[in-house]
Design a protein around this ligand. Structure first.
Ligand SMILES: *[C@@H]1O[C@H](CO)[C@@H](O)[C@H](O)[C@H]1NC(C)=O
Ligand SMILES: *[C@@H]1O[C@H](CO)[C@@H](O)[C@H](O)[C@H]1NC(C)=O
Ligand SMILES: *[C@@H]1O[C@H](CO)[C@@H](O)[C@H](O)[C@H]1NC(C)=O
Ligand SMILES: *[C@@H]1O[C@H](CO)[C@@H](O)[C@H](O)[C@H]1NC(C)=O
Ligand SMILES: *[C@@H]1O[C@H](CO)[C@@H](O)[C@H](O)[C@H]1NC(C)=O
Length: 476
């Protein structure tokens, strides 16, 4: 109910905006990238619940081919607010995801091996950003999380033969969709699954996915119509109809897999979209971002650029061919490149991930960053570490603080300035921590987390083997 109201009022507002302001940039809180310091309000650092109002931004409104992206929690989320987790639990959850990206062999291979985390009530889990898309005929709109680290998309389906966790939208009933089809065990689609079984009696292919946080989904591999936008409809989209789903999903109807591999929506729609999608993750739970399939250059009139220029770095096949691997080359603080041997980055390799929250750097690179950051904020007392975050400050008694700018550099001359909203996490002014962490060593994969991607248009161009960052703020 709440979600229906939400989306209809949003689209109503959008249709007005299109007429009035085509491609107008209304980005607030703009930051001059030439400044060494950003001023941030200390009270803006604390995670807020659903108390404020969702601000609908102009940017993105003319994109009727885009999906609106919100954070799972907060004012703009169509999902009901669940129990608020503590920041420490949230960070431990993030570490589970990182462990599974860095050491995939530690993920249990079947759901029977799975022990659920001690704190099942935690409303976290894989990924944090959600979109609403349509499944089946007639189309049912479902709110799902999207994840660049997953290939197979799935939704919860009736009958929940095993278990379905509570979700906001009604659970999808395949028997009510006229375009629904099962996949047989000998189908080439079934052959692409890493973990599968065959329901012999009905000759139907059964998928089984387990995530790094031990959440899992299992059910029938199916084909049905996927409606991204009214003009982007895909018959025979391959996804999982989950009849046994457990873990930390809470509230949303399933998952949209955006990884680089065959089963993901990116490869399934590559004939239409050329293997291109882009997103802009909003600065807070009070703002909207977008997820767009296809190149915006092809969709906008050519003389209009909404987000400034996108600069590209090559997509690499290592450290992970299935994830968005790139060549990070350095980090700057206050515009000064840190003294880090380039081999530190090339040794471990780096992936850009939508589901990891906090960026992880090779140990040596992180220690250089921590030193420079502490020097830049030397006038404030240091605070104790929060979980694995150990560049922490005590801002008690200050209303606003000037904090050093951080820039990440990638091969091809791509410089990504971290938005101030992506620099810190905190529960209280006396312990405000830089939201960037170090890996245990220089061997583990570096990960660009979603906080440090906020407000940039990030273009995943699999077709052309490159990944781009807009040089301007793409959303609020
Ligand atoms: C939210 O919107 C309502 C109605 O427009 C308004 O009365 C209220 O003051 C707003 N709250 C905040 C925190 O802005
Ligand atoms: C798909 O398989 C399930 C389980 O075998 C069966 O109940 C269902 O009717 C099948 N659906 C279709 C559309 O054939
Ligand atoms: C992915 O698809 C390509 C082309 O359809 C195929 O050659 C390749 O074997 C597939 N890879 C996997 C892992 O199924
Ligand atoms: C894009 O880059 C070109 C060439 O560097 C520059 O002239 C132009 O102003 C840039 N456009 C925007 C919107 O930043
Ligand atoms: C990464 O970038 C550096 C600097 O441009 C370059 O020397 C190196 O060859 C690149 N490595 C890969 C694997 O592309």
């Amino acid at each position: 109910m709440a979600s229906t109201l939400f989306s209809s009022s949003v689209s109503l507002l959008f249709s007005y905006v299109v007429v009035l302001a085509f491609c107008t940039l209304q980005i607030h809180g703009g930051t001059d990238p030439s400044n060494s310091y950003y001023t941030i309000r200390v009270d803006s650092l604390f995670a807020a619940g659903k108390t404020g109002n969702c601000s609908i931004d102009l940017q993105g409104d003319d994109r009727d081919f885009s999906l609106k992206v919100t954070h799972r929690h907060g004012a703009c989320s169509p999902l009901p607010e669940t129990d608020h987790a503590h920041l420490r639990d949230f960070l431990l959850q993030d570490q589970l995801r990182v462990d599974s990206l860095q050491h995939p062999s530690t993920i249990p291979t079947t759901s029977t091996d799975v022990t659920l985390p001690a704190r099942q009530g935690l409303a976290l889990g894989t990924g944090n950003y959600i979109v609403t898309v349509g499944y089946g005929t007639p189309r049912r709109d479902l709110t799902v999380v999207f994840d660049t680290g997953s290939d197979l998309s799935w939704i919860q389906c009736q009958p929940c033969a095993g278990f379905c966790y509570p979700q906001q939208d009604p659970i999808f009933d395949p028997s009510k969709s006229t375009t629904h089809a099962n996949v047989t065990c000998d189908s080439p689609y079934c052959a692409q699954l890493r973990r599968k079984t065959c329901a012999r009696a009905s000759d139907t292919c059964v998928y089984n996915v387990v995530y790094g946080d031990r959440s899992f989904s299992s059910g029938l591999l199916v084909l049905d119509t996927l409606t991204l936008t009214p003009s982007d409809v895909f018959p025979h989209f391959l996804f999982g109809c989950g009849q046994n789903n457990r873990g930390l999903f809470r509230g949303y109807a399933g998952l949209l897999g955006l990884s680089r591999t065959n089963l993901s929506i990116v490869s399934q729609t590559s004939r239409a979209f050329g293997g291109v999608f882009s997103y802009c993750l909003p600065s807070s739970s009070y703002h909207l971002g977008y997820l767009t399939f296809g190149s915006s250059n092809n969709r906008y009139p050519s003389d209009i650029t909404c987000n400034g220029n996108v600069s590209y770095t090559p997509l690499l096949s290592s450290p992970r061919p299935d994830l968005y691997s790139v060549n990070m080359t350095g980090v700057s603080v206050m515009g000064q490149p840190l003294d880090i041997p380039p081999t530190v980055f090339s040794h471990a390799g780096t992936v850009v991930d939508s589901g990891t929250v906090v960026t992880r750097l090779p140990r040596t690179a992180y220690e250089a960053l921590r030193e420079a950051y502490r020097a830049g904020l030397a006038e404030y007392p240091r605070a104790p570490p929060l979980a694995f975050l150990d560049t922490c400050f005590d801002f008690s008694g200050h209303e606003a603080v000037a904090v050093p700018r951080v820039t990440m550099h990638f091969d091809g001359g791509v410089d990504v300035v971290v938005d101030p909203s992506g620099l810190f996490v905190a529960e209280r002014a006396s312990q405000v921590c830089l939201a960037i962490a170090g890996n245990a060593n220089d061997e583990d994969i570096g990960i660009v987390g979603n906080m440090q991607q906020r407000r940039h248009e990030v273009v995943f161009d699999v077709g052309n083997g490159r990944l781009g960052f807009g040089d301007n703020w793409g959303c609020n």
